[in-house]
Design a protein around this ligand. Sequence first.
Ligand code: HEM
Length: 205
Amino acid sequence: MPRDAGGAGDVLRDLRTATAVEHEQVETTLGLMDPRLDRDRLVDVLGLLHAFWRTAEAGLDAWAAAHPADAAALDWDRRRRTGLYAADLAALGAAPGDRDAGPDLPGVPDTDAALGRLYVMEGSTLGGTFIDRHLAALPGLAGGPRLRAFSPYGADTGAMWAAFRRVTRAHVDGPGDAGRVVAAACGTFAVLAGWCSRAAQGAPA
Ligand code: HEM
């Protein structure tokens, strides 16, 4: 799905450009916009994303403990989603399952790394609004539970994304390093893409 062009010359534009290939890869591998998507496939994808989010959020929790002011500026407490993925799985009659070990993600040593990781996770709420609408219209899933994890902020999606962008720009205008933010986003997206593609092939996670 095409994504809007960003404003010229800033870290957000660089983030989008640098991760476009991995975004496309994840989008294709997950197949959430497939008209033939059924409950079992959705459970599989949610299990995968649950394990990814849980591992990624553990790293961010450690960062938040070490950098509480930056975490508060980002409203980190409101951005956790592991519980929503677990609740969606439960609503579909499934459990988080055997991928609980999660992918092998690097730690989050500083706020550059946190912003790169969060870019990937928060950006997914933008596509999430499309996914939600698509799922609601699928014959195989109609009448099923309303899922929360893809689009966790509802009417606040735009505001939460705008706040993330504002804090990220302020950080790189101040003490941050835009190159390190982008590198962290690329690293996170690469791990996510690998994690999703292995599971799509049915390989043990
Ligand atoms: C876990 C999987 C996904 C991740 C991590 C992810 C990540 C991202 C990120 C980081 C952005 C922000 C791009 C930017 O403006 O800088 C984004 C936007 C977007 N994504 Fe995804 N995405 C995921 C899945 C999907 C899927 C399955 C779709 C298919 C519908 C999708 C469609 C979109 C669209 C349409 C936008 C742009 C929305 C807008 O500009 O309003 N994404 N995604």
